[in-house]
Structures are given as C-alpha cells and as structure tokens.
Design a protein around this ligand. Structure first.
Ligand code: BTN
Length: 260
C-alpha cells in the first residue's frame, strides 16, 4: 500500500511513499524491492522488529515510539557521502521540529545533550551497472529513560525525553525528506565541498579530543578533531601530524569514553 505523506514538499523524495504497519528492517524491505521502484521511494514504520545498525549492530525500535525510515537513491553515485548528508539533514530537521541542540557526531549519528537520538545506515546494492543506495534513518521519538535502559541502550535518548516535544512519525519523516532532498541535489551538483562548512558547524565532534577505534575496539589513533575534509573525512591532529579519518569501519569516542 502506498500513500501520500502529509507535509511533504520534496519533489522526488517520498514519492512513492510506503507506510508499513511493521517491518523487520526498512532497509531490508527497500533493498529487496529497490530494483523495481523509482529514485526517491520511501518506506517507514514505527514497529521495526529486526533493525540493522552500523558495524553489524542491531537497532531496537519495536514499540511504535521510534521512526525507522528508508529512502531509495538511484543511481548509487556519491554513496560514501550519502550518510553524512543524511546526518546533516537529520540535524537540521530535528532542530527545526524540536529546537536547536541537535548536532552530528561524525560521521552520521545525531546527538543532543551528549546522547544519541538518531542513527543512520546507508547501504549500496548493485543489481545492475547503475546500482542504488538505501539510506536508513532511525529516530528515537518517544521512548522513556526506563524503556531505553530496559532495551540495553541507556546511553541513547529520545527527542521527547530531551525536549518535551512529542513528534509524530509522519511529521518527522516529512521534515527529514524535505531537508534531505535539496542537500542531496546540491551534493550532486557541487560536491560535498559545498556542504562542508555547514556540516562542520553542526558537527559536535569537531574541536574535541577523540579516540579512533577499529571495529574490534582497538585504538587506532588519538588526537584533536579539527575539521572535516571535502571528502567527508574527519581531520584529526595527532602528535605525528594531521590524519584524515575516513568513515566506515571506525568509531570515534571522546577521551573519557564519552560519546563524542
Ligand atoms: C546506527 O547508528 O548503528 C545506525 C542505525 C540505523 C537504523 C535505521 S532504522 C531505519 C533503517 N532500517 C534499518 O534496519 N536500519 C536503519
């Protein structure tokens, strides 16, 4: 079943739009159907039973209190920059809906008051030479502190917990897509260089002492994050000089083990 998303002003993103009563993973749902759907197709649900996170982790959102949304982007060009652009769009959208204070933790988590409220997982498929990307965005909207603790993610938070704003799935989805479409079009025309300054301004990681860990948790390097390069890499000043850190299979932590 397809529908019309209220509040959607984007011309291509969100058309068509599939509101799902439940899905194991919206990314999986869209990857399975992506070959036969147009660029811009979106599905979302408030009940995602087997959500996928970065680095093989789970993403828990079973109870209708979190938005799980996936967007189809064709072709699969610029796929490495889709996630940071989604991060920028989510920081803008949540700040617009619930008040400033939502920032990007490099490369593409969204944090507020030092806690993660939104995660992004972009995946690329190559059923043909053009390929396609699926951008998955998960936003904690209304969970309580206790619910997140019971789900085993006490470091996470919801928009309502932090701001008192009770956002609906629909208004959040529309705001995300309305912000994302013009950013994506600009990236396609001008490259990430055109978005770099705003990304850096909204990036809570820049200016902090950080540790860069590999997927096994081993320390790769530590230093001060001083900026973001035109290819989206985090620039870390270390005793041995400036090191560009590429997104992917690394995680960045603050020095006290704190989130960013
Ligand atoms: C992370 O921070 O680890 C990324 C989490 C991404 C979760 C979203 S929810 C919508 C989409 N569907 C999925 O299965 N995962 C992404």
């Amino acid at each position: 079943m397809t529908g019309e998303l209220r509040g959607l002003t984007a011309r291509e993103f969100g058309r068509p739009f599939f509101p799902l009563p439940e899905a194991d993973s919206t990314n999986r749902w869209l990857k399975e159907r992506g070959g036969g759907l147009p660029h811009g197709a979106v599905c979302y649900t408030g009940r995602q039973t087997a959500g996928r996170g970065r680095m093989g982790r789970d993403w828990v959102a079973p109870d209708g209190k979190a938005l799980a949304l996936s967007l189809l982007v064709k072709p699969a060009a610029h796929s490495a920059l889709l996630a940071p652009v989604c991060g920028l769009a989510a920081a803008r959208a949540l700040s617009g809906l619930a008040g400033e204070g939502f920032a990007v933790k490099w490369p593409n988590d969204i944090v507020c008051s030092g806690r993660k409220v939104c995660g992004i997982l972009c995946e690329t498929c190559w059923p043909d030479a053009r390929g396609f990307s699926v951008a998955g965005i998960g936003v904690n909207l209304r969970q309580t502190e206790e619910e997140l603790r019971r789900a085993g993610i006490p470091q996470a938070a919801s928009v309502e917990m932090l701001t008192g704003r009770r956002l609906t799935l629909e208004e959040t989805a529309a705001a995300l897509l309305n912000e994302l479409e013009p950013l994506w079009l600009r990236l396609e025309r001008e490259g990430f260089a055109a978005l770099r300054e705003e990304y850096e301004a909204r990036c809570a990681t820049v200016g902090r002492e950080v540790r860069v860990l590999d997927p096994g948790g081993a320390l790769r390097l530590e230093g001060r994050a001083v900026g973001v390069a035109e290819d989206g890499s985090l620039l870390v000043e270390t005793p041995d000089g400036m090191v560009p850190v590429r997104a992917g299979e690394v995680s960045v932590r603050g020095m006290a083990g704190h989130l960013y």
